[in-house]
Design a binder for this molecule. Structure first.
Ligand code: NAD
Length: 296
């Protein structure tokens, strides 16, 4: 049993923290929201009034926060993690944030004597609750090995992506590809339908031909062929278009700081921005199909 502090008990963080409690760890949570803290308490966790109190005697500190600015504040402020954690604590940030911030915060942690990994996830709220998340981890071999037993409780597939920040790199490159492939899949189904090709017939052909991809076979944006996909439920999320846009924007930011050319990622960002500006960013990201069909 380890003493674990968990900071950020939102849609993802709370179920992840609950899984650590269920595995027998002593988990102390902190969030700005009292409701979020109450959720952990109801499941047998402890809560603290400040970050300093949450981390004071923790051996492992996990965070799951909205964006880079929150991670910077939570770790580097004078009342934050680095200034108040016990010597030897392992720091794990599972938020999806920009690569530069992940590397800068890790460097500050290391300068203060702490091992830190970035460990963003895919798998969504369902994966967080079921303990089946995929973790993409950036950090030293030693830090990865130390983090793995805790990540194994919350996830099913744990990958070491390389040094500090590489977890975030893997996450945004994967999600950039997902955004692009979803738009491509939706375009193909839309065009097929306009030309008189039934969605199921096209699915049967393309899912066994060279156009096949996850966006088609597991998450088809056209209603019908994949019963579990949000297309069959009025595009209720799922993974919202707002979250896809967040990840695409992180990818574009990283692309320009690396002086890379990612024109398809850029176009995907523009199209999801258009979807958000039309007021549909709380729909599932596969709802881009409706926009392409001119239905919203
Ligand atoms: P959320 O908004 O539900 O939860 C974030 C929590 O952080 C909130 O409870 C908020 O009160 C808390 N918080 C903010 N600032 C804080 C601070 N200074 N100190 C303490 N707590 C603070 O978000 P979420 O859906 O749980 O997502 C968390 C992260 O996981 C994001 O980076 C997101 O991109 C990523 N992610 C989310 C999903 C998903 O499906 N929701 C999937 C993969 C990755």
């Amino acid at each position: 049993m380890s003493k674990i502090a968990f900071i950020g008990l939102g849609n993802m963080g709370l179920p992840m923290a609950k899984n650590l409690v269920a595995a027998g760890h002593e988990v102390t949570g902190f969030d700005l929201s009292d409701g979020a803290k109450a959720g952990l308490q109801e499941s047998g966790g402890k809560v603290a009034d400040t970050i300093a109190a949450a981390v004071a005697d923790a051996e492992i500190i996990v965070s799951m926060l909205p964006a880079g600015k929150h991670v910077t504040a939570v770790y580097t402020d004078s009342d934050g993690v680095i200034a108040n954690a016990a010597a030897g604590a392992l720091l794990i940030d599972s938020s999806t944030i920009d690569v530069d911030t992940a590397r800068a915060v890790s460097a500050k942690a290391e300068a203060a004597g702490f091992a830190m990994v970035d460990a963003p996830v895919s798998g969504g709220v369902g994966g967080a609750a079921a303990g089946t998340l995929t973790f993409m981890v950036g950090g030293t071999d030693e830090a990865y090995q130390a983090a793995k037993p805790v990540l194994d409780i919350m996830g099913q597939n744990i990958f070491h992506a390389g040094g500090s920040g590489n977890g975030q790199v893997a996450k945004i490159c994967n999600n950039m590809l997902l955004g692009i492939s979803m738009i491509g899949t939706a375009e193909a189904f839309m065009l097929g339908e306009k030309l008189g090709l039934d969605a199921q017939t096209f699915f049967d052909i393309s899912s066994t031909a060279s156009g096949q991809c996850w966006s088609m076979t597991s998450y088809c944006p056209a209603p019908g062929p994949v019963p579990s996909s949000p297309a069959n439920n009025d595009y209720q999320a799922g993974f919202t278009a707002a979250m896809m846009l967040k990840d695409l924007m992180l990818a574009q930011e990283a692309s320009s700081s690396a002086d890379a050319s990612t024109p398809m990622g850029q176009r995907a960002t523009e199209l999801y921005t258009q979807m958000a500006e039309a007021g549909h960013d709380s729909l599932d990201f596969s709802g881009i199909m409706k926009m392409l069909k001119g239905e919203g």
